[in-house]
Design a protein around this ligand. Structure first.
Ligand SMILES: Nc1nc2c(ncn2[C@@H]2O[C@H](COP(=O)(O)O[C@H]3[C@@H](O)[C@H](n4cnc5c(=O)[nH]c(N)nc54)O[C@@H]3COP(=O)(O)O)[C@@H](O)[C@H]2O)c(=O)[nH]1
Length: 950
């Protein structure tokens, strides 16, 4: 229904008729209009009655209030006038002047009352004539009063009295007329009121009848508008509800019933569409079901009470061994002889619902049969041959699993998600001393513990503890491992892990042997395998402990020990003797110590002691002295008598520092000093060593940057063939020009580079430079490059050589590598392999500084060197010691016999050169020919030497 606001706006816009038409188009609008009309009629009737009552009231008021009041006052005025006349008469008759005055005053008061009463009577008078009479009465009174004053106190004659009476009667006449007129007016009003009431009664009755009639018509029209369509709609709805979806639905108007009927029509159409949809869905579902049944891998049959096949799919026909066409409409009994038909018949007879049958063709069939309400049955037949096969396999697997479980070396328990035992093996029972078979599936760990507590053959509380501990783990839902000792010394490792199904698998392994082995390994990891002493790790720990205790005021000393001549012993007598020596040394050292001291072997022939005590300095001196004395006696080892000494470096804490590393370094520096000061001595660390250490560090830093800063340069020193007086080769010698230090000797920085590892990069750089320069020299001149032992620690030297040759284009035979004994001292086997590789490349290898080491000769045996370089110390002493001359002769002879070139270093004089030439030395190198020169000057040098030779 439209809102009042919209109705009002419609009224304004479209006009009242169109608006009424619109409102009347709906039932609610019609009811609204009818109510409006009835209300209007009631209002009109009520209004009319109110107006009538008001008019009647006015008339009553005029009749009773005004007319009667006017009459009453007119009568009062008449009474006043009578009293005036009496008072005037008494005044006339009074003899007493006082009495007379009193009467006069009374006359005046009465006159005033008369005039007031008359005024009210005039005011309430309903007609002009009554008002005129009132005015006339007042005027007559004034005449009467004037006449009385005129006569005053004159003689009281009859004329006077008559005149006065005449005036008085005029007054009375007017008052009477006033009363009469007023009474007449009141009567007229009464009459008018009666007529009005009679008319209003008639009109009201007529209007009421009219209103009743109108209301009846409206009610009739409304009921016609509402009841009939409702009845029609109800009839249609009833028929639709009864399923008659073809019933015509009346069209209806624009009102609510029209909308209702249209909605019903829509509803009916929807129901019809839905029913059609459902029917089609059901049909398609039936189709799908039929397809599913036909396409099913299971044989499906529906038979009636007589065994007649109502429906069967192709698979059923196949399992029955018949053509599908022959099955449809046939009887199960017709197929007697087939396993399927016989089984179905038998199932019907004995009432079984599911069986499995092995057919003659080897197939396994599973047949399920359910009765139908009509006495028939539905049967489903599946070929379960593969399932059976899998079952067999599963059985076999289970047997194998059982066998595996029984033969497992580990105990095993499998628990489900609720903690109930699923599987366990014999080994578990054996480990816990219970009989196999006493545990049952579903048992929880607590119950298993109880079984163990009650019946374990070992009566071991720790086994019980282990299971209870495991139970805690299980309860916490945590996987983990426990390792406990049970049954005396059996170490059991329990591992508990979740399974994919939410359960747990626990394995129990006897790890006693492994445990012992690990314990041994742990001990070994902390012990030096050769001597049984503490190793570096234990030493470091003790050092840390001692350093941590420094705060309590307890100092300590570190003694670093190094054997003198150990390498010599090793090389001379072999490693077994060297090892035996080390064991003997360890024993002797240990025998000098107190229990609170710790002796460790740090590696090779290096030992160290942490000594704690109240007076570290004095104690350390005493100990160092004792240790050195201990070595005065030789060692008797495997039929060998070996004499070695020991040097001791000492640092003190906190005097020399509190940090373990610093203290160890200090002791090491002190050892260096002790060795430098002659073997078999001891030395304390001092600040000077520290200064040296700092200097060394600064040098290390500078050296690290030397290549990048372009401070390194390669010089070349010629090596001359003594037979032909020709330069056969040049030795590459590294030079470092430091911006502040000036030229730093290679004898100083090369060892440093070797210690810090910088020699790797520096050596490669020298190789490249040397090869590049040599490539520009005459073909017959080679280049010799020094290679440190440190460069042989890995195979990088081979790669570096190959790269240098490739980059420079220098043929390999023109490159000579000079190595010292120290190269072969380290890892002999690996180093020799590297040397052989280099030789296979075509590179020449020379043994440098020959004769200065202990084992030069033995090394000549182990590798086919191309050249031997006699150390310059022998050349220098040629003139001084016969031994030098002998050595030179021997080496030359040795080289010749081994087919090696022999070069003498450090030739400074003609005599030296001549001597060596006569001895048969092949080549010579030294200041006599030239000092090392920069690469830029080498060609000039070649020219000079060529000229000199010529
Ligand atoms: N691994 C590397 N070692 C190198 C390299 N460059 C040099 N060195 C080694 O440094 C040591 C000192 O070398 P240096 O100061 O260059 O001394 C060499 C010659 O200058 C010197 N020499 C040569 N002739 C004479 C002589 O007549 N008198 C005399 N007093 N000295 C002379 O001998 C040194 C050469 O010795 P050697 O190598 O044994 O042939 C030294 O050990 C160098 O090897 C480098 O690049 N890598």
């Amino acid at each position: 229904m439209p809102s009042y606001r919209s109705l009002f706006s419609d009224l304004c816009r479209r006009g009242p008729v169109r608006m009424l038409w619109r409102v009347g188009g709906t039932i609610r609008g019609r009811i609204f209009l009818a109510s409006l009309m009835l209300s209007a009629i009631t209002a009109i009737l009520g209004g009319y009655a109110a107006i009538g009552i008001a008019t009647t009231g006015q008339l009553a008021d005029k009749t009773y209030d005004r007319s009667l009041m006017s009459i009453n006052y007119a009568r009062a005025a008449s009474a006043d006038f009578a009293a005036i006349q009496a008072a005037v008469a008494r005044a006339r008759l009074a003899t007493d002047p006082g009495e007379r005055r009193a009467q006069e005053a009374r006359v005046n008061a009465l006159v005033q009352s008369f005039e007031e009463d008359l005024a009210i009577a005039e005011e309430r008078a309903q007609s002009t004539r009554a008002a005129a009479e009132s005015a006339a009465a007042k005027e007559a009174l004034s005449h009467w009063l004037a006449a009385r004053r005129e006569f005053g106190t004159g003689p009281q004659t009859a004329d006077v009295w008559q005149a006065l009476d005449a005036h008085a009667s005029v007054v009375e006449q007017h008052i009477d007329l006033l009363i009469n007129f007023t009474a007449g007016d009141g009567f007229s009003y009464r009459q008018a009121a009666r007529a009005l009431v009679a008319r209003d009664v008639r009109l009201s009755m007529a209007a009421t009848v009219f209103a009743i009639l109108l209301s009846g018509i409206i009610a009739f029209l409304l009921s016609r508008q509402i009841v009939r369509p409702v009845a029609e709609a109800s009839a249609v709805a009833t028929r639709i509800a009864a399923g008659d979806l073809a019933v015509p639905v009346p069209e209806g108007g624009a009102d609510e019933f029209g909308a209702l009927l249209r909605a019903m029509d829509g509803m009916r159409s929807n129901i019809r569409a839905m029913m059609q949809e459902e029917v089609s869905q059901r049909r398609s579902a039936q189709g799908l079901l039929a397809d599913a049944v036909q396409g099913s891998n299971e044989g499906i049959v529906v038979a009636d009470a007589g065994g007649r096949i109502v429906m069967a799919n192709a698979r059923f026909a196949d399992l029955l061994g018949l053509e599908p066409e022959k099955v449809a409409g046939g009887n199960i009994a017709d197929a007697r002889g087939s396993v399927l038909a016989d089984t179905l018949i038998a199932m019907r007879a004995n009432g079984t619902s599911a069986v499995e049958r092995h057919a003659a063709d080897g197939r396994w069939l599973r047949i399920s049969r359910s009765p139908t309400r009509d006495g028939g049955f539905v049967a489903v037949c599946s070929d379960i041959s593969r399932l059976k096969k899998q079952e067999d396999q599963l059985k076999r697997s289970n047997l194998q699993l059982d066998a595996a479980l029984s033969n497992m070396l580990q105990g095993l328990c499998l628990f489900d998600a609720e903690g109930g035992l699923l599987v366990h093996n014999r080994r578990f029972c054996d480990m816990f001393g219970i009989e196999y078979g006493t545990l049952h599936p579903g048992m929880r760990l607590r119950a298993i513990s109880s079984v163990v507590a009650a019946g374990s053959a070992f009566d071991d509380a720790r086994a019980l503890d282990l299971l209870l501990e495991q139970e805690d783990l299980l309860r916490a839902g945590a996987s983990g491992a426990l390792c406990r000792t049970i049954r005396g010394d059996m170490v059991v490792s329990v591992r508990q892990q979740p399974t994919a199904e939410g359960g747990w698998i626990a394995t129990y392994e006897d790890v006693t042997q492994r445990f012992e082995a690990e314990a041994r390994i742990i001990t070994m990891a902390r012990r030096d395998a050769l001597t049984g002493l503490a190793n570096r790790m234990v030493f470091s720990e003790r050092l840390e402990d001692a350093a941590a205790r420094l705060e309590n005021g307890s100092g300590f000393a570190i003694l670093c020990l190094d054997l003198d001549r150990f390498k010599e012993v090793n090389d001379t007598f072999g490693h077994p003797v060297g090892d035996a020596l080390l064991r003997g040394v360890a024993e002797r050292l240990q025998s000098c110590l107190r229990e609170t001291d710790l002796l460790a072997r740090l590696g090779g022939d290096e030992f160290a002691i942490v000594q704690s005590g109240p007076c570290p300095r004095e104690d350390a001196v005493a100990l160092a002295t004792r240790l050195i004395e201990m070595f005065e006696q030789p060692f008797h080892l495997e039929d060998q008598v070996v004499a070695v000494g020991v040097s001791v470096g000492i640092s003190l804490a906190p005097e020399h520092g509190s940090d373990p590393d610093t203290l160890l370094k200090c002791a090491d520096l002190a050892l260096y000093r002790a060795k430098g000061g002659g073997r078999g001595g001891w030395s304390f660390f001092d600040e000077e060593m520290d200064l040296e250490l700092r200097k060394r560090r600064a040098l290390e830093n500078d050296l690290r940057l030397a290549i990048a800063h372009g401070e390194l340069e390669v010089y070349f020193q010629p090596i001359v063939n003594l037979a032909h007086h020709r330069v056969s080769c040049c030795e590459a010698l590294l030079r470092w020009k430091h911006p502040e230090r000036g030229y730093v000797s290679p004898a100083e920085f090369i060892p440093l580079a070797e210690e810090t590892g910088a020699i790797g990069a520096i050596g490669e750089w020298v190789l490249r430079r040397a090869c590049r320069e040599a490539a520009s020299w005459p073909d017959g001149i080679g280049v010799a490059v020094n290679v440190s032992a440190a460069q042989f620690r890995n195979a990088a030297v081979v790669r570096a050589v190959m790269e240098a040759l490739t980059e420079s284009g220098l043929p390999a035979y023109r490159l000579e590598l000079e190595i010292t004994e120290s190269v072969l001292l380290t890892d002999n086997v690996a180093t020799l392999a590297t040397l052989h590789t280099l030789k296979r490349l075509g590179v020449r290898v020379a043994m440098d500084d020959f004769g200065t080491g202990y084992s030069s000769l033995s090394y000549l045996q182990s590798f086919p060197f191309d050249k031997i370089k006699i150390d310059q110390s022998f050349v220098r002493n040629l003139d001084i010691t016969a031994s030098s001359r002998l050595i030179v002769r021997s080496v030359v002879g040795l080289g010749r016999s081994l087919g090696m070139t022999v070069t003498a270093e450090g030739i400074e004089t003609e005599a030296q050169m001549e001597h060596l030439r006569l001895e048969g030395c092949d080549e010579a190198q030294g200041y006599l020919f030239s000092r090392p020169v920069p690469a830029a000057g080498i060609h000039a040098l070649f020219d000079r030497l060529r000229r000199q030779a010529a």
